[in-house]
Design a protein around this ligand. Structure first.
Ligand SMILES: *[C@@H]1O[C@H](CO)[C@@H](O)[C@H](O)[C@H]1NC(C)=O
Ligand SMILES: *[C@@H]1O[C@H](CO)[C@@H](O)[C@H](O)[C@H]1NC(C)=O
Ligand SMILES: *[C@@H]1O[C@H](CO)[C@@H](O)[C@H](O)[C@H]1NC(C)=O
Ligand SMILES: *[C@@H]1O[C@H](CO)[C@@H](O)[C@H](O)[C@H]1NC(C)=O
Ligand SMILES: *[C@@H]1O[C@H](CO)[C@@H](O)[C@H](O)[C@H]1NC(C)=O
Ligand SMILES: *[C@@H]1O[C@H](CO)[C@@H](O)[C@H](O)[C@H]1NC(C)=O
Length: 667
C-alpha cells in the first residue's frame, strides 16, 4: 500500500481543522475490507490489482465486484504462453485448442483487463491473439481493442510489436470483402449471432442457425475500427505508408457503409443480403431493425450529424428495441421474433438465438456506443438518464436465484435467462466494469497528457455518490469521487485533487506521462493443456481423468455451480490422500500454490498436508515450513529449490467429507 493512501485514510477518519477541510475531501476506501467482503480468502488476487469502487447504488457496486470475480475465474494460465481469457468457464466443443480461447468476446476481455493495475492479463492475452490465437472463427475488433489499453497505460511498445500481425490478420479478411460494393459480409453464425433476421429469412423461416450471409453493421464497423486502430498504431511506429493505406481503407469503408447500409425508411443501419436463396436476393435489405444497427457507435464510426443519430430513437421505443427486461436484439414486429428453433440435445433446453433475446454481449456494445454518443455527438435523443436506466436493467440481469450469475441471453419481455445450460454459469461474453469506469464514472481515456472525466450520471440523479480509486492511468494512480451532499465532484491523481466542481459534468486536468508499471511474469511449470502429456496428474482416489486433469489445467474458480478440480472420494473415517504431478524428468521447483474448494457441506479442507518429492524409493517431505491452508483461495508455499521428477501434495482428509483440489501449481 502506498503511503499516500494512509494519509487520506487518516484524513477521512479524524476531525480536521476547518482550514484543511476543503483540501481533505478524499474519502479513501478501506480496500482491505472491501476485498475481504467481496472475495473472502481469495482477496489477495484482487487487492493490488483491481480499482476499488463504491456507489450509492449498491446493486451496481455488487455487480462491479462480481464481474472482477468473473474476470479472475476466466484467466487461464497457459504456463509459458501466459494468461488468456476464456469465454466459457469450462471447455466447449468449438473453442480453439489447446488453449480454450474464442475470439468473439476478446474485445470485452481486453476492455475489462485494461483497467487492472497488473497489466499482465491484457498483455499476455493480446500476445496470444497475435501469435496463433486468432483463427477468425468469429468476427472481432481486436486491433481496436489493443488501442484501448494503450489509452490507459500509455505503453506504445507493447502495442506496436503486434503491428505486422495486425496487418496480416486484417488482410486475411479480404476473403469476406466484396470489392465491387466495398463492404464486408459474414454469415451471422460466424459473426457470433445465430438466428438473425438475415439467417432466418434466408432459410424461408425454416431455421437460421447457419446461412443468411449478409453485409452487416457488425463486421463493417469492426473492420473500420480495426483499420483506424492500425492507422494510429502505424503512426506511432513511424510507418507512415501503412498509416496512410489504412486511413484510406477506413475512409472508403465508412463512405460505402453510410451510403449503403443506412436505411432511410427504417432510419437504422441494417444488413443487406450477400447471396441469393429461394427467399432472399443479393443486395436486398433485410426487413426489420436489429440492435446490431447501433453497434457502429461503439467505435464512434457514424458521422456526427442528424442523418444517423435518429437510429437511437428505436432503442428508446418500447414497440421497437426497448424490451421490458432489456434491449431486444430485434423487434416484436418481425414475423419470427422470439420463435424458438433450436434446443440443446441432452437437456431439451432452449439454445442461443438472436431473434429478440437480450444479449449482455450486444447490450455492452450498445452501452459503450451510447456513452460515446453522449460524450461527443451533437444530439438530444438519448440522455444520461437513459444510459443509467439501461445500465441498471443490465445490472439487474446479473441476479439469479438470489445470487449473481451472468449467462448467455435473457428474455426480452419478462425476467429470466433463456439458455440456462450447465455451461452457462458465469459466462464471460460481455463487459461491465469497463462500462462503469469509462461510462458511469466516465474516465474517457485518451492518448495525450490529459485526464478527462465525463460521468454518465445526470445532474439530480439518485446516484448521489460514488468513488473509484487505484485506477491506473498513464503511470499514475487516479481516483474519481462524487458526493452530491458534500464535496461534489473531483479527480485525484496520486492522492492530490487536480480538478473539482460542485456539480457533475466534464472535468479535465493535465497529467504527466509516467512509465506504466512493468509486467512481471511468473511461469508455472505444472500446467498441462494436453491431456495425457507430461506433466501429468494422478491421484489416490477419484478416478475421473478429466477431473484429475482439471487440477493442472491452469484454471482457478471457486463458483459452486460448475465443478473445477480433482475430487477425492469421501471416506467415513477420513483417509490419507494425495495428488501427484509427474514431470517425466528432473525439474527444478521452489514454490507451490494450492487452491482448495470448500462448500460447507460435502467438501472440506484437508486436516493437514505436506509437499513431497519422490526420491526413487520413497516420498519424502520438502519445504517443512507450511502455511495453513485456506478455503476458496490460494495457499502459497515457498521453499528451497528442489529438482525432482515427481512431486505431490499429501494430506489427511476429514471424516465423511471429500476434498476438491482446484489447482496445484508448481513454480
Ligand atoms: C487485401 O486487400 C487490400 C486492398 O483492399 C490489398 O491492399 C491487400 O494487398 C490485400 N491483401 C491480400 C493478402 O490479399
Ligand atoms: C429499407 O428497408 C426496408 C425493409 O427491407 C425496405 O422495404 C425499404 O425499401 C428500404 N429503404 C430503402 C430506401 O432502401
Ligand atoms: C451527414 O453525413 C452524411 C455523410 O457525410 C451526409 O451525406 C449527410 O448529408 C449529413 N447529414 C446532415 C444532416 O448533415
Ligand atoms: C459533434 O458536433 C458538435 C456540434 O457541431 C461538436 O460540438 C462536437 O465536437 C462534434 N463531435 C464529434 C465527435 O465530432
Ligand atoms: C471409478 O470409481 C467409481 C466409484 O468408485 C467406480 O464405480 C468406477 O467403476 C471407477 N471407474 C474406473 C474406470 O475405475
Ligand atoms: C523429459 O520428458 C519429456 C516427456 O517424456 C521428454 O519429451 C523430454 O525429452 C525429456 N527431457 C529430457 C531432458 O530428458
Amino acid at each position: 500500500m502506498k503511503s499516500g493512501l494512509l494519509t487520506y485514510a487518516f484524513a477521512a477518519n479524524l476531525a480536521v481543522p476547518l482550514a484543511l477541510a476543503t483540501a481533505i475531501t478524499r474519502r479513501a476506501l478501506d480496500t482491505a475490507a472491501l476485498a475481504n467482503q467481496y472475495f473472502g480468502n481469495d482477496s489477495p488476487w484482487y487487492k493490488d490489482r483491481i480499482p476499488f469502487f463504491t456507489c450509492s447504488d449498491t446493486s451496481i457496486q455488487d455487480v462491479y465486484y462480481y464481474r472482477w470475480k468473473v474476470f479472475r475465474a476466466h484467466q487461464r494460465d497457459l504456463g509459458e504462453r501466459g494468461y488468456v481469457s476464456t469465454e466459457f468457464l469450462d471447455d466447449v466443443g468449438w473453442q480453439l485448442e489447446p488453449w480454450a480461447t474464442l475470439n468473439d468476446a476478446t474485445g470485452f476481455h481486453i476492455g475489462e483487463g485494461r483497467w487492472l493495475r497488473d497489466r499482465r492479463f491484457a498483455d499476455d492475452y493480446i500476445r496470444h491473439m497475435y501469435n496463433g490465437g486468432n483463427d477468425r472463427h468469429f468476427t472481432d475488433y481486436t486491433a481496436d481493442s489493443v488501442w484501448g489499453p494503450y489509452l490507459v497505460d500509455g505503453d506504445a511498445e507493447s502495442m506496436t510489436v503486434h503491428l505486422n500481425a495486425m496487418i496480416d490478420l486484417y488482410n486475411q479478411w479480404n476473403d469476406s470483402f466484396d470489392t465491387e460494393k466495398g463492404l464486408y459480409w459474414r454469415e451471422p453464425l460466424a459473426d457470433a449471432t445465430e438466428y438473425t433476421i438475415s439467417s432466418i429469412d434466408a432459410s424461408c423461416g425454416q431455421d437460421g442457425f447457419t446461412g443468411g450471409y449478409a453485409f452487416r453493421p457488425s463486421i463493417n464497423s469492426y473492420m473500420w475500427a480495426n483499420a483506424v486502430a492500425i492507422n494510429k498504431i502505424a503512426t506511432l511506429a513511424g510507418q507512415g505508408d501503412v498509416a496512410t493505406d489504412f486511413q484510406q481503407r477506413a475512409d472508403t469503408l465508412k463512405e460505402r457503409f453510410q451510403a449503403d447500409i443506412w436505411n432511410t425508411t427504417l432510419e437504422h443501419f441494417i444488413d443487406r443480403y450477400q447471396r441469393d436463396t429461394d427467399c432472399v436476393k443479393y443486395w436486398e435489405p433485410i426487413r426489420g431493425r436489429e440492435l446490431v444497427g447501433l453497434v457502429p457507435w461503439m467505435f464512434s464510426m457514424p458521422d456526427n450529424n442528424s442523418t444517423y443519430n435518429p437510429a437511437w430513437k428505436n432503442l428508446l421505443d418500447s414497440d421497437k428495441l426497448k424490451g421490458p427486461n432489456g434491449m431486444r436484439t430485434n423487434e416484436p414486429s418481425y414475423e419470427y421474433y422470439m420463435r424458438q428453433y433450436r434446443y440443446d440435445q441432452p437437456t431439451g433446453l432452449r439454445e442461443c438465438q438472436w431473434n429478440g433475446p437480450v444479449w449482455p454481449y450486444q447490450t455492452t456494445q450498445v452501452l459503450l456506443g451510447m456513452a460515446n454518443l453522449l460524450d461527443t455527438y451533437d444530439q438530444n435523443i438519448v440522455t444520461k438518464a437513459d444510459f443509467v436506466g439501461e445500465l441498471r436493467r443490465y445490472t439487474n440481469i446479473h441476479s439469479l436465484n438470489g445470487g449473481l450469475n451472468i449467462q448467455e441471453d435473457y428474455e426480452p419481455d419478462k425476467a429470466g435467462p433463456i439458455v440456462g445450460l450447465p455451461r452457462s454459469h458465469h459466462y464471460f461474453h460481455s463487459g461491465y466494469n469497463d462500462l462503469i469506469i469509462s461510462g458511469l464514472v466516465g474516465i474517457r481515456p485518451r492518448a495525450d497528457s490529459v485526464i478527462e472525466v465525463n460521468p454518465m450520471v445526470p445532474e439530480g440523479s439518485d446516484i448521489s455518490s460514488f468513488r473509484i480509486q487505484d485506477v491506473p492511468y498513464h503511470g499514475h494512480s487516479v481516483a474519481v469521487q462524487w458526493d452530491a451532499s458534500g464535496s461534489g465532484f473531483q479527480i485525484e491523481v496520486d492522492g492530490a485533487v487536480v480538478a473539482s466542481s460542485p456539480s457533475l459534468g466534464r472535468l479535465t486536468a493535465d497529467i504527466s506521462s509516467a512509465t506504466a508499471p512493468i509486467i512481471t511474469r511468473r511461469i508455472a511449470k505444472s500446467i498441462q493443456l494436453v491431456r495425457g502429456d507430461f506433466p501429468k496428474g494422478s491421484a489416490s482416489s477419484g478416478n475421473d481423468t478429466e477431473r484429475i486433469h482439471d487440477a493442472i489445467d491452469g484454471r482457478i474458480w471457486f463458483f459452486p455451480e460448475l465443478p473445477n478440480g480433482w475430487d477425492s472420494d469421501a471416506s467415513d473415517a477420513g483417509s490419507e490422500q494425495w495428488y501427484a504431478i509427474d514431470f517425466a524428468n528432473g525439474t527444478q521447483v521452489n514454490s507451490a500454490e494450492l487452491a482448495f474448494f470448500v462448500d460447507g457441506e460435502n467438501y472440506a479442507l484437508p486436516k493437514d498436508y505436506s509437499i513431497q518429492q519422490f526420491d526413487g524409493t520413497n516420498w519424502v517431505d520438502v519445504w517443512g515450513d507450511r502455511p495453513q491452508l485456506v478455503a476458496n483461495g490460494v495457499t502459497a508455499i515457498e521453499g528451497n529449490a528442489v529438482t525432482t521428477s515427481r512431486i505431490r501434495v499429501a494430506f489427511t482428509q476429514p471424516a465423511g467429507k471429500k476434498t476438491r483440489l482446484v489447482e496445484f501449481k508448481l513454480y
